[in-house]
Design a binder for this molecule. Structure first.
Ligand code: PGA
Length: 256
């Protein structure tokens, strides 16, 4: 197991605000989309939901509207979705993605992939297998965006998720459900289960950018970056990836 000293400091970038950090990541994404287009290739993005990427998506929408950034060659795979979750429900990640990004750019609807929160539980395994196949058929994920939960989860890979886990049905950690309780008007309304890409699915991405903003993330960011690689904090597995960046604002970096 790598020791804390193995955390390569050059993979951590700290910005004085989440807005600046988001603009930097948006620029990286735009460059990747354009370089893939110049090479005649699709750009396959792994996308995250939650509060963290909202300004990033707003910046991408601005770049589309004001600077002509086209999503015509972009295919997306979202990390996760609650189960059960109808797509029109306020907390649905399908709805989130459409409201924050997809409805405002020129991505082809057939290029959008989000785990299906409407499936009966007995169909989830087959769906997850197909989701993995679809990613593979696209040639894998070029760039995976991630937030981090206070449990150290990436996607909904909660503590004790294994490094080689794939897209699957999971049970949410009580801390994660607690963090979602405001948007669901009470923890009793937060689904207990979800579909998530696995740690192994995420680690297969060619590049990974994990973003963390705000004071509430400072303790888990410090444990992730300064502690050992350990399934108790699934985000620590990212330190084993050859092409990962941790993009922080100064508040999230304050305990490093
Ligand atoms: P947040 O969630 O962006 O809403 O903080 C991140 C996560 O739970 O992965």
């Amino acid at each position: 197991m790598p020791s804390p000293a193995d955390c390569r400091i050059e993979i951590v970038q700290t910005f004085d605000s989440a807005a600046r950090a988001s603009r930097k990541v948006a620029n990286q994404i735009a460059e990747l989309i354009q370089s893939q287009r110049s090479a005649g290739r699709t750009c396959v993005l792994g996308l995250a939901t939650g509060s963290t990427p909202i300004s990033l998506y707003a910046e991408l929408v601005r770049m589309h509207k004001k600077e002509g950034l086209s999503f015509g060659n972009v295919t997306t795979f979202n990390l996760d979705e609650y189960l059960p979750m109808p797509p029109a429900q306020r907390q649905s990640y399908v709805r989130f993605m459409h409201e924050h990004l997809f409805d405002h750019v020129d991505i082809a609807p057939t290029n959008i992939h989000i785990p299906d929160g409407t499936l009966p539980v007995d169909q989830v395994e087959e769906f997850c297998r197909k989701y993995e196949c679809l990613i593979e058929a696209e040639g894998g994920i070029d760039l995976q965006l991630l937030g981090i939960g206070r449990t150290g989860h990436i996607g909904f890979n909660e503590p004790d998720s294994s490094q080689d886990s794939r897209t699957r049905l999971v049970t949410l950690d009580p801390i994660t459900r607690g963090d979602a309780s405001t948007s669901f008007d009470g923890i009793e309304n937060v689904p207990v289960q979800a579909i998530t890409m696995g740690v192994g699915t995420i680690m297969d991405a060619k590049k990974i950018i994990m973003m963390a903003f705000g004071n509430s993330k400072a303790p888990i960011v410090a444990r992730t970056l300064e502690g050992p690689v350990d399934s108790a904090i699934p985000a620590t597995f990212l330190k084993l990836h050859p092409n990962v960046e941790f993009v922080l604002d100064s508040a999230a970096a304050s305990k490093l």
